[in-house]
Design a binder for this molecule. Structure first.
Ligand SMILES: Cc1ncc(COP(=O)(O)O)c(C=O)c1O
Length: 466
């Protein structure tokens, strides 16, 4: 097929897909049904474009439409159109953002976006890079902190060194456990501090743990403030952590994968991120609350040259010509996907103001959702909302609520095309509602809650009758 025909065909396929989208339900197929429908082992003719498009059709037909407001399962949903355009162009121009030579425009766009983000966050003399997501960004931040604490560790490893300790709250993201493993810290030396009722790290306990580390002659090299915890949406207090940092001199990182988007709104920044400009590093995912196409992340460092010092290595003379211009030198990857175009297009299109309006609206909708639940006879909040996250479940009296709510979620997905997120607080299952879809509004939320209530009531009746 000619390239031109191919492009027309893709366009036509996408238009049909968009027109056919079920506005009410998202797809559900059991694994066996899906395996049968896909029939992946089917043998194709050699280089047959028609057959190729049959696979494309199948992919589109049986995948989940994450832009549907009934998809309330993750921290992201259908992506912003400018970033989708960026993704398409990126795929078409297929290059790696590791050298200026192979990716001149992407390099400049990445640099430009990093400058924008450094300004917004308030890192005056900082640096940054786009990484493969906040999991990776958390690890790179921890690695830089480790290498700063032990000057020779890059060359000599951790052998015969004092024990290094990192501290996070018990509600921090699991990527920090992975980072402790990868970086040779050891997951037992990643100390998890209990949280207050608000979900914030308990800094009194933190100070006691720091004393314990000192008594053991260990080195506390890294503390992570989670800025929007995964389930509750809690923001650790940057101000309190900064005071403790002054006494104990550790690297203070902010994991803003989810809640870091509050930075876009001056109002929400003041509410949740006061003191952010004094952190040592900060990660924010544009692919979560801000809606850019997956993956789109910025890791920002409030120092210079540390990315280069920590991430560079080996004989790279075959590829790099300039430490300054080849972004790959300071990256852990060799091939680097171009993520800057989608971030740049979203940024130019929506601008900070557009993103601020968006997340302020999400914040208001989260309040609205909480009020709705509190006024409902059938639903209950599991904990008070502290920011964007709404944790709730269906009330039951004589039925085990844990079993019931899991069953309800299953019923909502398999029969009603609504995919909720099942999370846990203290082993208690609940529904975590995150509003991150530009198509969600009050009416859609009411519809969603009414479907949950209706399905829950029928399930309750069935249970009572059986
Ligand atoms: C608080 C927090 N940090 C980090 C991550 C990981 O981000 P990513 O999916 O970009 O690796 C998540 C993802 O859910 C998160 O909630």
């Amino acid at each position: 097929m000619q390239q031109k025909h191919l492009l027309n065909k893709i366009l036509q396929t996408l238009i049909e897909y968009t027109n056919k989208k079920d506005k009410q339900k998202i797809n559900y197929n059991s694994l066996t049904e899906l395996e049968n429908k896909l029939d992946l082992t089917k043998q194709d003719n050699l280089e047959d474009w028609d057959q190729l498009f049959v696979w494309v059709e199948k992919y589109l037909k049986y995948s989940i439409d994450t832009s549907n407001p009934n998809f309330v399962n993750r921290m992201w949903s259908g992506a912003n159109l400018p970033s989708i355009i960026g993704e398409i162009i990126t795929a078409f121009t297929n290059t790696s953002a590791c050298t200026l030579e192979t990716a001149p425009v992407a390099t400049l766009m990445e640099r430009y976006m990093i400058e924008q983000m450094l300004k917004i966050v308030g890192f005056k003399n900082g640096e940054g890079q786009m990484t493969t997501g906040s999991s990776n960004a958390n690890m790179i931040a921890m690695m830089i902190a480790r290498n700063k604490a032990l000057k020779e560790v890059k060359k000599q490893g951790l052998f015969k060194q004092k024990t290094l300790f990192a501290i996070v709250s018990k509600d921090s993201h699991y990527s920090l456990d992975k980072a402790a493993n990868i970086l040779g810290i050891g997951t037992l030396n990643l100390i998890k501090i209990p949280t207050l009722k608000t979900g914030q790290m308990n800094t009194l306990i933190l100070e006691k743990e720091i004393d314990k580390i000192k008594r053991q002659d260990g080195i506390l090299f890294f503390v992570c403030a989670t800025l929007g915890t995964t389930v509750l949406g809690a923001y650790d207090s940057i101000i309190e952590l900064l005071k403790i940092k002054q006494k104990h001199n550790f690297w203070l990182h902010g994991d803003g994968a989810w809640g870091g988007s509050a930075i876009m709104s001056p109002y929400l920044k003041d509410k949740f991120l006061t003191g952010i400009e004094k952190l040592d590093s900060f990660t924010i995912d544009f692919h979560k609350m801000l809606g850019s196409n997956l993956i789109c992340n910025f890791l920002l460092i409030n120092h210079k040259k540390l990315l280069l010092n920590s991430c560079s290595g080996g004989d790279n003379s075959y590829i790099f010509r300039s430490e300054e211009n080849d972004l790959g030198v300071s990256s852990l990857q060799c091939g680097r996907r171009v993520d800057s175009l989608k971030a740049f297009l979203d940024w130019k299109f929506y601008q900070r103001k557009g993103f601020a309006n968006r997340i302020e609206n999400y914040y208001k909708l989260a309040k609205f959702a909480e009020n709705f639940i509190e006024q409902s006879n059938e639903l209950e909040m599991i904990t008070k909302r502290v920011s964007f996250n709404v944790c709730f479940r269906f009330k039951t009296k004589d039925i085990d609520p844990d079993i019931f709510n899991k069953k309800l979620r299953n019923e909502l997905y398999t029969k009603n095309g609504i995919l909720l997120c099942l999370s846990y607080i203290d082993k208690k299952p609940l529904f975590r509602l995150l509003i991150n879809n530009v198509y969600t509004n009050k009416e859609k939320l009411i519809q969603l809650f009414n479907s949950i209530i209706k399905t829950g009531m029928s399930l309750k009746l069935l249970r009572i009758n059986s």
